[in-house]
Design a protein around this ligand. Structure first.
Ligand code: SF4
Length: 342
């Protein structure tokens, strides 16, 4: 058990509220709690809030959505996050083909990592998983991100009986393309616990539930370990899940985010009916409708910022939110997950 004293979360921003896809393992507002479809952050509000977070020593920001590729003022936002707010690490997370044509300019403005999601190399399966028939365009955009020279990650959600059989092929594809990091993530099996969910779509297409797609990743990790020249454990930010990093012979990192490795919980989790949830405390998120969100599932404890931006209390609200993470404690294994596995 780690006392977690003084730890800071990742800072993640959902720039807008929809991505135009409906992936099995996700939900309409993505990693944000339920957000109205047209919501979009004003760049000035983003910069002011991000600067308040930056003042606490958080030097990295992850831009997500929705999808940043569909956010008009993305270039202005990235440039100002770099020059005005002073972020030294700006990761852009997308799964939309439109990010490809913007990648070169965004790299010049200060994006330090491109992160694209690819769950399969099978066009039909891609269409089934996300509801959009555009895998060649997504892969073309991925190539455009790699071509900028900025380190490019690929995220793959491993789904039992859906894409687990083709993971070796995906590893090979990413190595050949020059992807820097391929990350396998396990399905967040309680992500349908809020008011929004794509569970109905999954039920119609596959007759499955989100927990049905969950695959423990230990065996998968062991399979790729044989190809690794080096192995380490890495956590992103002060509250990141411990992840296994396998450096393959090609130099590409294969990162495995396996929830059974443990997660962080804090005082805010006390009495939570969802405790111990899958993703736990990992990131402070700014939503497209100007709320601070503590975790993936609790919609009732977010902090509205609109008044704080106008009445001068923004910094106080941000400090209070970050304080909720400072004393978080690490626990492993996550008991409810153990129950579900048994
Ligand atoms: S992280 Fe959120 S949902 Fe999970 S136990 Fe804590 S308060 Fe509840």
């Amino acid at each position: 058990m780690d006392d977690g004293k003084g730890r800071l979360p990742q800072f993640r921003v959902t720039l807008n509220a929809r991505c135009g896809r409906a992936c099995f393992f996700c939900r309409p507002s993505g990693e944000a709690i339920a957000t109205a479809a047209g919501a979009e952050l004003a760049v000035d509000d983003l910069i002011r809030t991000a600067s308040a977070v930056r003042a606490h020593g958080v030097d990295g920001i992850k831009l997500t959505g929705g999808d940043p590729a569909l956010y008009g003022p993305l270039e202005e936002a990235v440039g100002r996050l770099r020059t005005e707010a002073g972020f030294t690490s700006i990761e852009l997370i997308s799964r939309h083909p439109l990010i490809g044509d913007r990648a070169k300019g965004l790299a010049e403005l200060g994006v330090t990592v491109f992160n694209m999601s690819v769950d399969t190399l099978d066009p039909e399966l891609h269409h089934e998983i996300c509801g959009v028939d555009d895998l060649p365009e997504v892969l073309h955009a991925l190539g455009q991100c790699v071509a900028t020279g900025v380190p490019t990650k690929v995220n793959t959600v491993v789904m039992s009986g859906v894409n687990d059989a083709e993971l070796p092929g995906l590893v090979e594809y990413c190595e050949d393309l020059g992807v820097r990091t391929l990350k396998f993530l396990d399905v967040i099996k309680d992500l349908d616990g809020g008011t929004e969910s794509f569970a109905r779509r999954l039920a119609i297409r596959r007759g499955s539930t989100l927990p049905d797609l969950y695959l423990p990743l230990a065996e998968l990790t062991a399979r790729f370990r044989a190809r690794a020249s080096r192995e380490e454990t890495r956590s992103q930010g002060g509250l990141g899940h411990p992840m296994t990093v396998l450096v393959l012979g090609s130099g590409m990192e294969l990162v495995v985010k396996d929830s059974t490795a443990g997660a962080w919980y804090g005082d805010i989790c006390g009495g939570c009916p969802l405790y111990p949830c899958h993703d736990a405390l990992m990131a402070l998120r700014l939503t497209a409708d100007l709320r601070l969100q503590f975790c993936l599932l609790r919609e009732d404890i977010s902090i509205p910022l609109a008044d704080g931006l106008s009445d001068g209390t923004l910094e106080e609200l941000v400090a209070g939110a970050l304080g909720e993470y400072a004393g978080a404690s690490f626990r492993t294994p996550t008991p409810r997950l153990e129950v579900l596995k048994s």
